[in-house]
Design a protein around this ligand. Structure first.
Ligand code: GLN
Length: 290
């Protein structure tokens, strides 16, 4: 070890111990990702690294303090991985979750073999679902709707970055998914509506990491968590063509109530519920009746 440098291995061991003591869920991975971020290298490169310069170690220590205090990892690195994309995130926008990658995958399966499908993502946040659809199905004409004035700055930023990288541009629209006047020019023409709406019931207790850092507007859904979904169903039924497909994410405890709500709404057939990779009920799908 040269003066002014510390071995990466040692730093990481201490950091992982620190995050473990603080109760962070994936201490080792988080420590590695934060150190890689401070060094400006990919995480895989850490194994080839011997020493870490002191100024980097100091920056790393500061980020560890914040992580131990439950600032989301993605806010500290400024990016969230979602399917094939790296999205910019930070305070003011909901951090996309791995669970949501699957609903985007389902949406893409529905589009397979279609040429220029029209897709609407309601409550787009970082743009994760909309931008993944545009990236993986380049023919799709995608509109991302976001009501939160702060979050939509991130939607726009990510949409611009993806189109600069060569993806089909996604249209970003400021609007509320429960507004009867939203996107009326598309009435009856949309092939797929997908949404990760706010669905957390008012009395739920969320981890500090979520409650203190994700925008409340992206989380809370009224007494049973389904207030926004009720309006969303009307909007989706209006926008979709007969035979058009709908997918809505929900909480694991809503695997009964959300499909029941969709069936009772009366305008859907083939209503089904799907589990996430952990086997928990995660999203409901349906087809717009003729
Ligand atoms: N799944 C989110 C959480 O971790 C809730 C997201 C939502 O309401 N759409 O709390």
């Amino acid at each position: 070890m040269s003066p002014g440098h510390r071995p990466a291995r040692e730093l990481l061991r201490e950091a992982a111990r620190r995050l473990t003591e603080a109760g962070v869920e994936s201490p080792r991975v988080d420590a590695e990702l934060l150190l890689a971020h401070c060094l400006g290298v990919a995480r895989a490169r850490l194994v080839t690294l011997d020493d870490v310069p002191d100024d980097v170690a100091t920056r790393f220590a500061a980020l560890l303090d914040q992580r131990a205090d439950r600032v989301p990892l993605q806010h500290l690195t400024g990016t969230a991985a979602f399917r094939h994309l790296e999205l910019a995130v930070g305070p003011g926008v909901f951090v996309p979750r791995p669970e949501t990658e699957q609903i985007a995958g389902w949406a893409l399966e529905q589009l397979a073999g279609t040429d220029r499908p029209r897709v609407v993502d309601l409550g787009s946040g970082s743009g994760a679902i909309a931008l993944s659809v545009a990236h993986e199905h380049p023919g799709a004409q995608v509109t991302a709707v976001e009501r939160d004035p702060e979050a939509i700055g991130w939607t726009r930023h990510n949409a611009e970055r993806r189109s600069a990288a060569g993806d089909t541009p996604v249209e970003v629209l400021a609007g509320d998914m429960t507004d009867p006047a939203l996107l009326t020019d598309l009435d009856g023409t949309v092939d797929l509506v997908v949404s990760n709406p706010p669905y957390v019931p008012d009395d739920a207790r969320l981890p500090r990491e979520v409650a203190d850092h994700d925008p409340p507007m992206a989380l809370w859904g009224g007494p049973d968590g389904l207030d926004v979904v009720r309006g969303l169903l009307d909007t989706a039924a209006r926008l979709l063509r007969p035979g058009g497909r709908l997918a809505i994410e929900h909480a694991d405890a809503q695997g009964g109530s959300l499909p029941a709500l969709v069936r009772a709404h009366g305008r859907w057939t083939d209503v089904a519920d799907h589990p996430d990779l952990a086997g928990r009920p995660r999203f409901t799908t349906g087809t717009r009746r003729a």
